[in-house]
Design a protein around this ligand. Structure first.
Ligand code: PGA
Length: 251
């Protein structure tokens, strides 16, 4: 049993209008009236709701996070958001390198590392995402692909600062399909070994490795119980307070 306290992060993606704060209020109610959760709870709404989520979540222990940040601290980058802007709005975490960013915006692992460095520089904890495509898994390349992403996406600064790794097989995101528990365990063990190799035993064993990809109330308890799974990154099921709460309380 891991000694790392678990973390469950909800990624709302491009979903959420002002009325979604009602769902956050319901999550806060569930978290404060039920048994105290073991997990740290992070909600990453769209940037338009970040300050509201940070303010509204504080009293119930819900921590706000961004979904992406620019690698530069400021400047002529229309439409982008810097890490310090996220921090200024109340975020403590930021997702970087989500596969939807890597695919939709052509972000390389070098870019992801620069974003993670910017996040650390602004006092945020980056949640650095890695994961293979279905073709890569079928070709037997999942572990080498993820190892390559880890090596390039995680900055050296992770040795002195808190970072979180999220393993998200791309073919499991939003599809209702997940790897088997054995496959998840094997990948998380591999990631752990890479982190220990690079950062040493004590640091390497203290970095949370989240699983993400079709985590649901129905499968969360068993997936989150796998060795070296230190929490989850939840997309669709984080949009409904009841489902998200069930996942949180399953850890
Ligand atoms: P999903 O998304 O839970 O909807 O599969 C996970 C993610 O993309 O972070």
């Amino acid at each position: 049993m891991s000694t790392i306290s678990p973390l469950i992060a909800g990624n709302w993606k491009m979903n959420g209008l002002t009325h979604s704060l009602d769902e956050l209020a319901e999550l806060a109610r569930l978290l404060t009236t039920g048994e105290a959760p073991r997990a740290l709870v992070v909600v990453c709404p769209p940037a338009t709701l970040l300050a509201a989520v940070a303010a509204q979540g504080a009293s119930s222990g819900i921590i706000a996070g961004g979904q992406d940040c620019h690698a530069e601290p400021s400047g002529a980058h229309t439409g982008d958001i810097s890490a310090s802007m996220l921090a200024d709005a109340g975020a403590q975490y930021v997702i970087v390198g989500h596969s939807e960013r890597r695919t939709d915006h052509g972000e390389s692992s070098d870019t992801v590392r620069e974003k993670a460095e910017a996040a650390i520089g602004a006092g945020l904890k980056p949640i650095i995402c890695v994961g293979e495509t279905e073709a890569q898994r079928n070709a037997g390349d999942a572990e080498s692909v993820v190892a390559g992403q880890l090596a390039t996406s995680i900055p050296d600064a992770a040795g002195q600062h808190e970072v979180i790794v999220a393993y998200e097989p791309i073919w499991a995101i939003g599809t209702g399909r997940t790897p088997t528990l054995d496959e998840i365990g094997q990948m998380h063990d591999t990631i752990r070994a890479r982190l220990v190799d690079r950062f040493g035993l004590s640091k390497g064993e203290s970095i949370r490795i989240l699983y993400g990809g079709s985590l649901k109330p129905q499968n969360a308890r068993e997936i989150l119980g796998v060795a070296n799974v230190n929490g989850g990154l939840v997309g669709g099921a984080s949009l409904l307070a009841k489902d998200f709460y069930t996942i949180i309380s399953g850890v």
